[in-house]
Ligand binder design. Structure first.
Ligand SMILES: Nc1ncnc2c1ncn2[C@@H]1O[C@H](COP(=O)(O)OP(=O)(O)OP(=O)(O)O)[C@@H](O)[C@H]1O
Ligand SMILES: [Mg+2]
Length: 378
């Protein structure tokens, strides 16, 4: 799958943009604060209906305007699909091929598959466990049509269960049978989430070590999924119910559910060193990058198509050898959109087909295409 055309109106600092993209490599360059990140954000929003940078949709609308429009033409197996998202200050509407889509899950299940790497991703390793669970949730929501629905159901059950535990802690009246039913469903959903996360991390581990080595020449990078409530897979349901029963008084004391996938962890290791504790800034960045790049094959396998890779400022803080190794790795068969402030640090000749766009103040001011080392300026 690749993005053929992107059109924006009143999106952040883009008043009007109409862009044809290369199906291989696209380099977006320009000074700080010109709109490089905004451009990638618009593609991400078209895929996932929400920004990775802003909680509030209204931030996406250009200051002083009342609406914004995003449109993408995506090509997959020679078939073109049109995606449109319109925001007003009150609501958003989603369309695929001019058909209004009411449910966000229906849109996401049929939309652009996106892998994004951006500077704030460092928080996946450095930040709280919540960052790491969000990473798992986001990727799995794109990979599986059921995951987002499952996660919503799980969160509802967790909320109800916590409300019951709070009632118990205040010695208020509650329906015991209903609490048991909720706990039972909660465990069922936990089991499915656990299985999907476990499989996903296993799949990441099939490739991420190899990719990390190709970039850094250092062996033995891997991830570890650490579910907080079990030691082994056998009799999961019985064991988890037993654990919840045994610890009910503790849960009542805290007024919340202490065991389950909402407390899972994901750890990043180089050999036996946990990168969260021992990793340098560069190692952490490369660990996340290798993890994200290893998703390319997983997307191909699970979605039957290659994803669109968005790399925001991937080269900053990395030495030249690593930059070159990343470029070597990217010369593959998928669409990549990279932003940078320093064009000269990227050797364009390494790519077989590349388009270069200069961005200034929310506009493309220069476009250049380089095809198979045969250069032609437009
Ligand atoms: N809703 C909005 N309306 C108008 N302008 C906006 C809006 N949101 C952000 N901007 C502006 O968009 C500009 C570009 O932001 P962006 O993050 O894309 O820059 P960038 O090119 O990635 O810069 P850097 O190299 O520093 O990362 C900023 O000047 C910002 O103030
Ligand atoms: Mg930026």
């Amino acid at each position: 799958m690749y993005l053929e055309k992107l059109m924006l109106q009143n999106f952040r600092n883009y008043t009007s943009l109409n862009m044809h993209l290369n199906k291989n490599v696209n380099i977006i360059y320009g000074n700080n604060a010109q709109g490089k990140t905004n451009l990638l954000e618009s593609i991400y929003v078209l895929g996932l209906t929400k920004s990775h940078l802003s909680q509030l949709d209204n931030h996406l609308i250009q200051t002083g305007k009342e609406f914004c429009k995003l449109k993408a033409i995506v090509k997959k197996d020679k078939i073109k699909t049109k995606y449109e998202i319109d925001y007003t200050l009150e609501q958003k509407s989603l369309k695929i091929d001019n058909q209004e889509i009411k449910k966000i899950t229906d849109y996401i299940n049929n939309s652009l598959n996106i892998i994004i790497f951006y500077p704030e991703d460092l928080e996946i390793i450095k930040g709280s466990p919540n960052n790491r669970r969000n990473f798992l949730n986001l990727e799995l929501s794109q990979l599986s049509n059921n995951y987002l629905k499952l996660l919503n159901e799980f969160n509802k059950l967790l909320k109800i269960r916590n409300e019951y535990l709070k009632k118990m802690s205040k010695n208020e009246q509650y329906d015991k049978t209903y609490f048991q039913i909720i706990t039972n469903y909660f465990v069922d959903k936990s089991l499915i989430i656990y299985k999907m996360r476990k499989k996903f991390v296993e799949k990441l581990n099939e490739n991420c070590g190899k990719i990390f080595f190709e970039i850094t020449k250092i062996n033995d990078f891997h991830l570890q999924y650490v579910p907080n409530f079990i030691e082994d897979d056998n009799n999961f349901k019985e064991k988890m119910l037993e654990k919840l029963n045994k610890n009910l008084n503790k849960e009542i004391k805290f007024g919340s559910t202490l065991y389950g996938p909402h407390r899972d962890e994901l750890e990043f290791f180089l050999g036996d060193k946990n990168l969260k504790i021992y990793g340098s800034q560069g190692q952490k960045r490369l660990a996340i990058l290798a993890t994200k790049l290893s998703e390319i094959d997983i997307f191909k396998q699970f979605k039957g198509t290659s994803p669109i890779l968005l790399l925001d400022d991937v080269f900053s803080e990395l030495d030249d050898i690593k930059k070159n190794n990343i470029i070597k790795y990217l010369s593959s068969d998928i669409q990549v959109i990279i932003t940078t402030t320093e064009l000269k640090k990227i050797n364009k000749k390494k790519f077989s087909s590349v388009s270069v766009f200069k961005i200034k103040n929310g506009e493309i001011v220069k476009t250049e295409e380089v095809e198979k080392n045969e250069r032609k300026s437009l």
